[in-house]
Design a protein around this ligand. Structure first.
Ligand code: AMP
Ligand code: MG
Length: 350
């Protein structure tokens, strides 16, 4: 009797199992017919190359997400473009020492984040560096470059105190307390834009994407092959070999930013003058670091901190990264690699 009941029970259960199995098959089949693919588009904005990659089962949805991300990047560029007289950043700079300027939530947020990074790096990252950057003008063609005179640098280096950038949160206003002061958000804008572009892509229902704005890359989700996004860290001295990588790593819902002396520079009398300025001197940082890659959950952090760590150098830089609990890969001028503890033994170096 007991076994019959058991038997009936078993048959009923087996019927249920078959139905569930069929249901799973149908679901799997419908999932298989809508296969996920990787869609990729290259674009130009923020004076650099941008590659947006998304995973989707529909080319229309992928395209809509890529467009939304690109629109977001262009929208942010209009707000903080140092070289455009129409940007909010230029309005703030023109009003330095005179009046405060009302700005959008994004500009305000970016500035707040930038000032926070300045505090964390002890001023090595400094968004008020604009007047010095203007003198060096790395936007020019390499052959037009000249080293600014010591007098001109000494004059403007007094105008870069980031504590004189005053933000009125409630009124959404920004005021630079001294005439001649200028903001430059070039050291954080790309990472911030990558964060916002990823948000735009997510809002379109995309489950995995990678946004690369030059050396600032943010990725989330899993590719159709089941892997996370793998990104390469460029060898800062490529020795004529194109695309030679120092190492590569997986991005798991995080961002990586690289600051290097090879992105924008010119050479005069055998000396390399690059675009990352030491706010203490007004000259390109001579910290003996040539490349800094920082991995953090937010792009604005990886971007701002990588610029700051470049100025700080290997010892102070690694110390700062460890204290913040974020990872980094630093390379000095002898090509010696310095890693934070969390990366030791986990990377294959070329
Ligand atoms: P990144 O490539 O992110 O390291 O940023 C470099 C850019 O940030 C430069 O082209 C300048 O516009 C700006 N910049 C240079 N030096 C600094 C600094 N010490 N702090 C903040 N921004 C800087
Ligand atoms: Mg940066």
């Amino acid at each position: 009797m007991k076994s019959r009941v058991k038997g009936i029970g078993y048959r009923a259960q087996s019927k249920k199992t078959v139905i569930s199995f069929l249901l799973i098959c149908i679901l799997l089949l419908s999932a298989c017919t809508k296969q996920e693919k990787v869609f990729k588009k290259d674009l130009t904005a923020m004076d650099t190359f941008i590659t947006i990659t998304v995973v989707s089962d529909s080319s229309e949805r992928a395209e809509a997400a890529i467009d939304a991300a690109f629109d977001e990047i262009k929208r942010l560029e209009l707000l903080i473009n140092y070289y455009s007289p129409d940007s909010e950043l230029s309005a703030i700079n023109r009003a330095a020492g005179k009046s405060s300027v009302k700005v959008s939530d994004d500009t305000l947020e970016m500035l707040q984040m930038a000032l926070d990074i300045s505090d964390r790096t002890g001023g090595a990252f400094n968004p008020a560096i604009g007047s010095v950057i203007k003198l060096w003008d790395f936007s020019r063609q390499a052959e037009e470059h000249a080293v600014p005179s010591k007098e001109s640098i000494n004059k403007v280096v007094t105008l870069i105190d980031y504590r004189k950038v005053k933000i009125d949160d409630k009124k959404s206003e920004v005021f630079l307390q001294e005439e001649g002061m200028e903001l430059d958000l070039g050291g954080i804008a790309k990472g911030y834009a990558a964060d916002k572009a990823v948000e735009a892509i997510k809002s379109k229902g995309i489950k995995a994407a990678l946004v690369a704005i030059a050396g600032d890359i943010k990725g989330y989700g899993i590719r159709p092959d089941g892997e996370a996004w793998r990104v390469g860290v460029q060898n800062p001295r490529q020795n004529d070999k194109d695309d030679e990588l120092l190492t590569s790593l997986y991005l798991n819902d995080e961002a990586i930013s690289t600051s290097g002396d090879y992105f924008r520079f010119f050479t005069k009398e055998g000396k390399r003058y690059h675009h990352i300025i030491d706010p203490r001197t007004g000259y390109p940082a001579e910290s003996n670091v040539i490349s800094v890659s920082v991995i953090a959950s937010e792009g604005y952090v990886s971007d701002g901190i990588s610029t700051g760590v470049f100025v700080l150098g290997t010892e102070e830089g690694i110390e700062l990264l460890e204290s913040m609990g974020i990872e980094g890969i630093l390379v000095d001028s002898e090509m010696k690699v310095f890693l934070t503890n969390g990366l030791k033994g986990k990377l294959e170096m070329n």
